[in-house]
Design a protein around this ligand. Structure first.
Ligand code: PSU
Ligand code: MN
Length: 305
């Protein structure tokens, strides 16, 4: 078994059987600019604590798989340049070679599962990119949801993607896609969409029960919880679509490919919205962290009876 390096708080939570919420680190290194990335990571950790759970931000630092970062580790990661973006394909190689890398949704799920953590909060998962019919660019996050038993709370998949294809693939892979409190899937920066939600739950307890039931039935994989961004923070789809289209055209013209696509698009949309996309992204991640803490608490209660 690969050694896991727990932060002091996460270690204490494990010993006392307190609920723990995993958090990813690619959003810090590749998803947001410094210093808002570190500030957001700190706020998200505080949100999880306020809801009565313990945050475990996950990253590989100098070959060590950290489950929970101390304050200085988080600061260093947020300012580091050229950090690897780790997924299922390269997390083991990074650890083996003593490297440093941030974990995407896929890699964070793997690490959370190794650490016995059932719930993970992020902004939005990766998915099928527009033009995937020729580029074949589909995030490894989708396959991971099909095989690793972690409930992932996001605000849907990122709106830069081909969302109908993304949800089609999730259906094929047998991943439960749950909208929270509404009948349509949220679109990351926007609350509603014209995509019907395959499943809907209105409470953390129901989502927790579905997670446990899948486990009891021996069904592999996790759940994707799509939690709409709070009303006051959303950017209407109509405002965003032209900007997303422009950013996509620029990415294509510049020959951006593979792992660089999502960070490039998020960065350009940040510039083209004068920072509004980042404000919304921060609000939705915090909202997801709160719900994830509630789900983790419910799972903990149900497991201890
Ligand atoms: N959520 C955000 N911002 C991000 C991400 C999620 O609000 O940057 C990251 C996650 O780590 C996710 C990754 O796994 O984007 C998707 O990258 P790709 O499309 O290359 O698979
Ligand atoms: Mn990709």
């Amino acid at each position: 078994m690969i050694p896991l390096h727990f932060s002091a708080d996460v270690q204490a939570a494990r010993e006392k059987n307190h609920p723990i919420v995993a958090l990813e680190s690619t959003i810090i290194t590749h998803g947001m600019p410094y210093p808002q990335n570190v500030e957001t990571a700190q706020l998200v950790e505080a949100d999880v604590r306020e809801k009565g759970a313990v945050p475990a931000t996950i990253a590989v630092l100098n070959g060590k798989l950290h489950i929970g970062l101390e304050a200085d580790g988080l600061q260093a990661l947020g300012q580091a340049k050229d950090v690897a973006k780790l997924s299922r394909a390269d997390i083991a190689a990074c650890i083996a070679s003593g490297g440093t890398g941030a974990t995407t949704v896929a890699a964070t799920m793997i690490a959370a599962n190794l650490a016995g953590i059932s719930v993970f909060a992020t902004g939005g998962i990766g998915g099928v990119h527009r033009g995937a019919e020729s580029s074949f660019d589909m995030s490894a996050d989708l396959q991971e949801l099909a095989q690793t038993p972690v409930t992932v709370v996001g605000a849907g998949a990122k709106a830069i993607l081909d969302l109908p294809k993304t949800f089609e693939v999730l259906e094929t892979l047998g991943v439960p896609v749950i909208a929270v409190g509404q009948d349509t899937l949220p679109e990351f920066w926007s609350r509603a969409s014209d995509l019907p939600a395959p499943l809907r739950f209105d409470t953390a307890a129901e989502i927790a029960k579905a997670h446990i039931t899948r486990g009891v039935m021996g069904i592999a994989g996790g759940q994707l919880v799509c939690n709409p961004i709070p009303q006051n923070d959303e950017i209407p789809t109509a405002d965003l679509q032209p900007i997303i289209t422009q950013a996509l055209a620029e990415a294509e013209a510049a020959g951006i490919a593979a792992k660089a696509v999502t960070p490039f698009l998020l960065g350009r949309i940040f510039e083209l919205t004068d920072g509004r996309s980042l404000t919304a992204n921060i609000a939705l991640v915090r909202n997801n962290a709160c719900l994830a803490a509630e789900i983790a608490t419910e799972i903990n209660k149900m497991k201890s009876v």
